[in-house]
Design a binder for this molecule. Sequence first.
Ligand code: ZN
Length: 323
Amino acid sequence: MIIRPRRLRRTATIREMVKETRLSIKDFIAPLFIKHGQGIKDPISAMPGQYQFSADTVIEEVQELWSLGIPSVILFGLPDKKDEVGSRSWAEDGVVQRAVSAIKEKVPEIVVITDVCLCEYTDHGHCGVIRNGQIDNDPTLELLARQAVSHAKVGADFVAPSDMMDGRVAAIRKALDEESYQNTGILSYAVKYTSAFYGPFREAADSAPQFGDRASYQMDPPNVLEALKEAELDTEEGADIIMVKPAMPYLDIISRVREFSLLPLAAYNVSGEYAMIKAAEMNGWLDGNKAMMEMLTAIKRAGADLILSYFAKEAARKLTPDC
Ligand SMILES: [Zn+2]
């Protein structure tokens, strides 16, 4: 035998030299849940190791993430009260607005991304306005734009619309520019599938829909061409970074969108992907650390440039900072 691939697998050092995919701490964006109130750090039962913070306690967490080398966080808000249109989502004293100000004051260099959606703020739990029992697309756009501007005003670096309404990236871009926030970027959840893997997040963000499901606006899991169409539309509308969500069951989609798009591509390693590994680890069914690193590496290998993950902190501890 002349060709023996095993020669390149013989020692750990050789394997390290020929490694084709390298995870970096700089790949990660850590999701954080912000609750109304003070002094809060409530554990989320379906996501062991994750918490709901108040705008004051989240600072410590952000400082720790930053000291580990994690470049960015994305914030989700749990408001004090909900209503039909989600009006607390654009309030000046809203939960996310206060958290962004506090983070930007204490850790100014960390890149703060804010999730933009209505579902955490509406009493019905849907991502848009309801008219005649339907999620009404166009009236929703103005509310999303108002929310995005309120985040830009307090210093968010990027706003991240996750609602899946048609035309929302263009509406947000226009509103930001009109208010002179030309430098606030848009990370769009361009390719977001309707998914059972979001289950634990709904407890974390208290955002379960009170009737029906989200299949009329989130994408249908069997579709691939539709993912490319959504990626193209959001790009034309002015997105700076696009995202595929979820990640692990959609590696083929990450790969296809990566080949298709010229924008940086993020993938969201969602709550269910996190919870599955945690649950199996707690039962002694697999090695949680190894499964975590294998999964994150696979997401990067598929083509993700950035990974939103609840594992960000744990993974960062295992990776050496870049020289
Ligand atoms: Zn939503």
